[in-house]
Ligand binder design. Structure first.
Ligand code: NDP
Length: 501
């Protein structure tokens, strides 16, 4: 046990504040150790944090975007300096292995660095007018204070993506981290505070989804919401936001497939499948949860894959030699074990794993073996998001069959094809119903300078995080007409007269 468990408060209007609310603990999913306690913010405190964001909006939107960029760059510098500390907190609180914990923080550093540069671009357009001595252009404007609701699986990276885009756009943020990873949220906010954002620009509330999450989304002063999490919660957020007609960015997971064609480089394929399926214990929205294999190579791929998966070292994720840590929580463990039971009941063939690890170093954690099933393409294991270390393997007759299987799910986030044949690679880029397609790489590995998002029930296609599209979630277009002719000119009407001479 920790000698002293730190009690955190809420962060708004530039200060950490004591809360009137009850407290909850955050624990290490590998050891059960209590890491810190946090408040369940009350509705009054939710309103106070939003008021502080609203109060900061006017000055923040008027701060020149390159100056806002300077602060983002400073925050990236602070995170770089504190990377090891933050990476260890990610691993201790969420359970991903330490190399991935550091990677989580690096993603936030990368995006802040990228978004800082956006402060010097944020391009609009100039467009010719149909009338003389008149100029037309578009400019981006920030929507106002925004709510960011984030999950536990990328507890620094996802807050980094969302807040970096909102802040550079000129929107103060009210950020609610997952109740499983508030410590990561608090450490991230400490970095922003250290960088020197003005009071009220960055605000963090911890607490329950129904009180804090709903409270943020429904509040009249919140003008956009960016949410990552489960489908049911995402749909609820979408409905609530629709009542206010505000922008919503939703990223709700996937059932991502790798297609292995018969000409694939098999060593490369196996490396990719193992990383895609069991990295972060399969708890990535882009995790490889299906492997669709051409029938000509099926037996060999399955044999080698099972052999390699059964050798993965499961253990405490803080140990550099561990390949896979625990799942993030008791609920995650129950859900994954339920799916393993469903797989067996449905007649899937359990090829390896399938058990909770208990006793010794596993006694106090949520450890599940890397698990592989051979399944029918219509089974629940082949169709539903499991969000854990369970890979479903499905046999395909040919390219067309493989793509039909890949597209048969309700999600559309990431996808991949392993092939050395350009015909299949280029066709897959067009044919796979997903926001992301990798060629000869697993379904994970997004880079911050490119758009990230999906289609179908992964979320609406009109918003994309990261890349040049990141600003769309938090800005709207203003069209400006400047008439310097000195007389009333009438669009559509005068044009006809001019054309006629
Ligand atoms: P949730 O969707 O419940 O949680 C995501 C975030 O939403 C958390 O901050 C949560 O807060 C918040 N939230 C919960 N209820 C509300 C609400 N009514 N209004 C607004 N915000 C709310 O996901 P879980 O953590 O419960 O995970 C369940 C499943 O969701 C996973 O097994 C996985 O399938 C999927 N998931 C997908 C992710 C992805 O990357 N797309 C990430 C995480 C989960 P709080 O933590 O306080 O409940």
């Amino acid at each position: 046990m920790n000698a002293v468990v730190r009690e955190y408060g809420l962060f708004f209007n530039g200060k950490w504040r004591k809360s009137e609310g009850k407290r909850f603990e955050t624990r290490n999913p590998a050891t059960g150790e209590v890491l810190a306690t946090f408040p369940l913010a009350t509705p009054t405190e939710v309103a106070a944090a939003i008021k502080s964001a609203k109060g900061a909006f006017e000055a923040w939107r008027k701060t020149p975007a390159p100056r806002r960029g300077d602060l983002l760059l400073e925050a990236a510098t602070v995170m770089k300096r504190r990377k090891e500390e933050l990476g260890r907190v990610v691993t201790s609180e969420m359970g991903k292995v330490i190399a991935e914990g550091r990677g989580d923080v690096q993603e936030a550093i990368d995006f802040y660095t990228y978004a800082a540069g956006e402060g010097r671009r944020m391009f609009g357009e100039t467009v010719p007018s149909e009338l003389p001595n008149k100029m037309c252009m578009t400019v981006r404007l920030p929507v106002g204070p925004v709510g960011l609701i984030t999950p536990w699986n990328f507890p620094v990276a996802i807050p980094g993506w969302k807040s970096g885009a909102a802040l550079i756009a000129g929107c103060p943020i009210v950020f609610k981290p997952s109740s499983l990873t508030p410590l990561c949220g608090a450490k991230f906010v400490e970095c922003l505070d250290e960088a020197g954002f003005p009071p009220g620009v960055v605000n963090m509330l911890t607490g329950s989804g129904p009180v804090v999450g709903d409270g943020i989304v429904a509040h009249p002063d919140i003008r956009a919401v960016s949410f990552t999490g489960g489908v049911d919660t995402g749909k609820h957020v979408y409905e609530s936001a629709a009542k206010k007609m505000i922008k919503v960015g939703l990223e709700l997971g996937g059932k991502n497939a790798i297609i292995a064609m018969d000409d694939a480089n098999l060593d490369l394929l196996l490396d990719g499948v193992l990383f895609g399926a069991f990295g972060t214990a399969g708890q990535r929205c882009t995790a490889t949860s299906r492997l669709i294999v051409h029938e000509k190579i099926y037996d060999r791929v399955v044999g080698d894959l099972v052999e390699r998966a059964s050798r993965l070292k499961v253990g405490n994720p803080i140990d550099e030699k561990t390949d896979m840590g625990p799942v993030a929580s008791d609920d995650q463990e129950k859900k994954v074990l339920e799916y393993i039971a469903i797989g067996k009941k449905e007649g899937g063939t359990l090829l390896t794993g399938g058990r909770k690890l208990t006793g010794g170093p596993f006694a106090k954690g949520f450890f599940i073996q890397p698990t592989i099933f051979a399944v029918d393409r219509n089974s629940r294991l082949a169709q539903e998001e499991i969000f854990g270390p369970v890979l479903s393997v499905i046999k395909a007759k040919d390219y067309e069959d493989a793509v039909a299987i890949a597209n048969s799910v309700k999600y559309g986030l990431s996808s991949s094809i392993y092939t050395n044949d350009l015909r299949w690679a280029f066709r897959a880029m067009q044919d796979l119903e997903a926001g992301i397609t990798y060629v000869n790489a697993p379904t994970i590995g997004a880079e911050v300078q490119l758009p990230f998002g999906g289609t179908k029930e992964t979320g609406p296609t009109d918003t994309r995080e990261a890349g040049t599209t990141a600003l769309e979630e938090f800005t709207y277009w203003k069209t400006v007409y400047v008439d310097y002719s000195g007389r009333l000119q009438k669009a559509q009407i005068d044009t006809a007269r001019l054309a006629g001479g």
